[in-house]
Design a binder for this molecule. Sequence first.
Ligand code: 5GP
Ligand code: MN
Length: 338
Amino acid sequence: MENIDQLKQFLNSPKKIVITTHCKPDADALGSSLAWAGYLKKYHHQVTVITPTDYPRFLHWMEGNEEVLIYSHKTRTRVQQHFDEADLVCCLDFSACGRVEDMEDILKASEKPTLLVDHHIDPSITPTYNYWDVEAAATAQLIFKLIVALGDKALIDVGMGEAIYAGILTDTGSFKHPSTSKEVHQIAGELIEIGVDTSKTHHLIYDNNTEERLRFLGYLLSEKLTVLPEQHTAYFVVTKEELRRFHSQTGDTEGVVNYALSVEGVVFAAIIIDRGEKVKLSFRSVGDFSVNEFANQYFEGGGHKNAAGGVSYLNLNQTVEKFLQALSEHKQQLTLVH
Ligand code: 5GP
Ligand code: MN
């Protein structure tokens, strides 16, 4: 960040600060937001973390979770009020306004100073303070570095550290993605030094399944996985009826796409889910195939080279057709992989 001194100066006296992140926040989005909130509170800022939607139950253990304001029709007035009164709006782990869904108009109308902390490709937000780095494995990594850059590493406590660790853990796919740099491991090491129980954090996120979620996963794996060996592609299609039948909760389908990617020889994986008002698509890849470009070209989406998402307002069948058509347009590229 070029103007870190100005940010430090700005934060020198107590302010009203809104922190927001993308819809259906994952561990990186929520962990970054709560760790940044924890830091700001130490300087007696009045901080409100606002999420555009709810988020998975397996993130509720994070320190500060109970104070999160979740946007909905019911809370819209309160959310608006927080934005109106804010001296600073922090946008964490997203850089396209559309990612806050129904809160987009409120965010766009806000003319308050903004801080962007993010690692997604092609940001469309132009913030007052910019801490954006596409090389970072997680926004949580940037939050750690930002606090260090502000000279306050000593203020990172265990609660903040756990939230940061959770973000790094999940966005690196448990330290397995190529984004897992030496710096990532070093930060993880520093978090352990602070007192973060890494094993406990992992357990809280990954060993917190409801029986129904596991049975749903079993069903998807046995009944709904399509593998196209020639195109080195595998995908799931999930209907509304299936979501209902398995009482699917927010977060229940998170990570399912990775099972498709784990099929031997597969380099491109997708999950296509009928969410009613829209169809949501998640993409993963290994190697050179850019799912960010794929999501952007066909499904109004984006993300990272190897992990991205998008939407479709066609019905589920038409969306699957569009996906298969898009796939055939990349057939040569995908067939050549070995
Ligand atoms: P996931 O598949 O886990 O929901 O998302 C993978 C990555 O793509 C994340 O970095 C996420 O922020 C991004 N992403 C997911 N859906 C969308 C979308 O509709 N638009 C954009 N721009 N990014 C998305
Ligand atoms: Mn992230």
